[in-house]
Design a protein around this ligand. Structure first.
Ligand code: ATP
Ligand code: PAF
Ligand code: BAL
Length: 282
């Protein structure tokens, strides 16, 4: 496996493979890899000849300086993990390599980034769009793989690709969970052992709420999920919303959409976790 740090080196390796007829699959990450990331690599390997993984903690998508500073950085371990997968090229640039000049682009995603993560992390999706569009320009992948854990991010990326008319196919990949249901996340490593014992209640509550979807009102399910998670010691729901899976706008009635998703963000102390559950998909 090759690890490169500069755009020039990255493009040389990718070009060589492309000239040999390889289909390029791309998995963007911020590192601190876990089985969720590796599932994206496996999925990419099913349909692509060269799998490229980027590892870059992108400052422009952090709206909170402490979150950026505390974000786990484990490059050597990440490279070791990837060497056991089908990934053959890792791109781990510095901030200066990614942003030789500040990126001042402002994207317009309409209502998609005004809710949920976008509302609670101002500027977050603009930063995600900046880095992902740069990475796409550098790698020029045929396909790019994103996890459904970051449900709103996926919708934004699909919109970004449409707006910029990029020739890349975006492939959504299912959420990988720990044995106790907790959605895998790099931020899980920041939890104390006590917090780690409590946080599975988030996924458990979302899963149990499926039994009520369509039977109780949307408002009741929203209140019930929020109250159950908030009752757990040390957990505080930032938002729980039940939305149309395409527009991401809240719905007030189960009949309003054929694609309904419940999205949650929860603080366990200073650690912010997100998860979601699909209630209905045609
Ligand atoms: N549990 C998971 N299952 C499937 N995909 C995942 C999972 N966790 C992360 N991903 C995906 O991996 C890609 C890189 O995500 P990222 O590096 O931010 O990891 P993360 O674990 O989501 O970290 P964070 O703590 O920031 O949430 C994204 O497309 C993300 O959706
Ligand atoms: C897509 C991404 C790698 C961009 O920095 C990040 O938002 C993530 O890890 O989901
Ligand atoms: N997984 C999304 C990246 C972030 O939290 O900034």
């Amino acid at each position: 496996m090759i690890v490169v740090k500069t755009v020039g080196e990255l493009q040389n390796v990718v070009k060589e493979h492309r000239q040999g007829g390889a289909r390029i699959g791309f998995v963007p990450t911020m590192g601190a890899l876990h089985a969720g990331h590796l599932s994206l690599v496996d999925e990419a390997a099913r349909s692509c000849d060269l799998v490229v993984v980027s590892i870059f903690v992108n400052p422009t998508q952090f709206n909170n300086a402490a979150d950026l500073e505390n974000y786990p950085r484990t490059l050597d371990r990440d490279v070791a993990l990837l060497s056991g997968t089908a990934c053959r090229l890792v791109f781990a640039p510095s901030v200066a390599e990614m942003y030789p000049e500040p990126d001042t682009r402002v994207f317009d995603f309409g209502e998609l980034d005004k809710v949920m993560e976008g509302k609670h992390r101002p500027g977050h999706f603009n930063g995600v769009a900046q880095v992902v569009s740069r990475l796409f320009d550098m790698v020029r992948p045929d396909m790019a793989f994103f996890g459904q854990k970051d449900f709103q991010q996926l919708a934004i990326i699909v919109q970004l690709v449409k707006q910029l008319q990029l020739p890349v196919q975006i492939v959504p990949c299912p959420i990988i969970r720990e044995a106790d249901g907790l959605a895998m996340s790099s931020r899980n490593t920041l939890l104390t052992p006590e917090q780690r014992k409590i946080v599975p209640v988030i996924a458990k509550t979302l899963m149990e709420s499926c039994n009520f979807a369509g039977h109780r009102s949307v408002k009741e399910v929203k209140n019930e999920v929020t109250a159950t998670v908030n009752k757990s010691t040390g957990l505080e729901v930032e938002y729980f919303d039940i939305v149309d899976g395409f527009s991401l706008q809240s719905i007030d009635n189960w009949d309003k959409s054929d694609y309904i998703v419940g999205c949650i963000a929860v603080f366990a102390g200073n650690v912010r976790l997100i998860d979601n559950i699909i209630y209905k998909k045609k």
